[in-house]
Design a protein around this ligand. Structure first.
Ligand SMILES: C[S@@+](CC[C@H](N)C(=O)[O-])C[C@H]1O[C@@H](n2cnc3c(N)ncnc32)[C@H](O)[C@@H]1O
Length: 239
């Protein structure tokens, strides 16, 4: 085994251990609500599928919205250290990590050794994204699990369209919720985003967010087009 490969394996093993401990034992601190961790965090199976999707895409840089308990961030981090990338980068946006989540997600990233490749922007999405654009930051993929209010999700997707490279991926949690689903639908109908059919087929499906009781996948992945035509307002398609 080459030295570099061994280093990559060691880092991924360490992240996997922290992920397993979190999934089995829960976080060191939670908010004062029964079952808050299970309610808030991305389930382990969906985290595995998120990791696998990013590894399959050979993703080296990811911007993520919403750290909370850190399950999804650890999965993203595992993907980034699983390949022998020259400069893996993980930007995590969460204005409430300290005050609402007692830094538990960030502490987990640190204990997994992922602070070497991750940075936390402790500001609102509406402030963090313009900062990243001003820096010239380009991501291979985005993962969205922040505010689920329609206009905040729309804003996440608006900015990710500028930050994620052409042909890159945007993955969303809670994509079955009407607010998230509707925001995503605009980008599908009007801006050429196409859904990947496979990555989350074996993940969580839910029936309670569809008026017709249809079973919908919790997570969905979209590929951005290779060229980004700026649409004309008169070409707008209702969605
Ligand atoms: C559902 S939780 C994320 C769960 C996380 N993915 C996990 O696996 O534990 C939503 C997160 O979005 C953050 N958030 C809420 N509003 C936000 C905003 N306007 N900008 C950025 N993050 C926001 C919250 O602080 C919270 O950490």
């Amino acid at each position: 085994m080459k030295l570099d490969n061994r280093k990559t394996d060691d880092r991924a093993i360490r992240v996997r251990e922290v992920r397993r401990e979190l999934a089995q034992g829960g976080p060191a601190r939670t908010r004062n609500f029964d079952g808050d961790f299970e309610y808030i965090t991305l389930p382990e199976r969906d985290c595995d599928l998120l990791r696998d999707c990013l590894v399959a895409e050979n993703v080296e840089s990811v911007v993520e919205v919403g750290l909370a308990y850190g399950s999804s961030a650890l999965a993203v981090g595992e993907a980034l250290v699983s390949r022998d990338h020259a400069n893996p980068q993980h930007v995590v946006i969460d204005p409430f990590q300290k005050d609402m989540w007692s830094n538990v997600g960030w502490d987990l990233l640190c204990s997994a050794g992922l602070d070497q490749i991750a940075r936390l922007l402790p500001t609102l999405n509406s402030e963090a994204f313009p900062q990243l654009i001003a820096e010239g930051f380009v991501a291979d993929a985005g993962f969205v699990d922040g505010s689920h209010v329609f206009h905040e999700v729309f804003l996440d997707l608006y900015y990710l369209r500028k930050i994620v490279k052409p042909g890159g991926l945007v993955i969303m949690d809670d994509a079955d919720k009407p607010s998230v689903r509707t925001a995503a639908h605009y980008f599908e109908v009007n801006l050429g985003w196409t859904e990947l059919s496979d990555p989350f087929a074996d993940g969580t499906w839910r029936v309670d967010n569809d008026p017709n009781g249809a079973s919908l996948p919790r997570c969905r992945a979209f590929r951005l087009p290779d060229v980004f035509p700026e649409p004309r307002s008169r070409d707008y398609l209702p969605f």
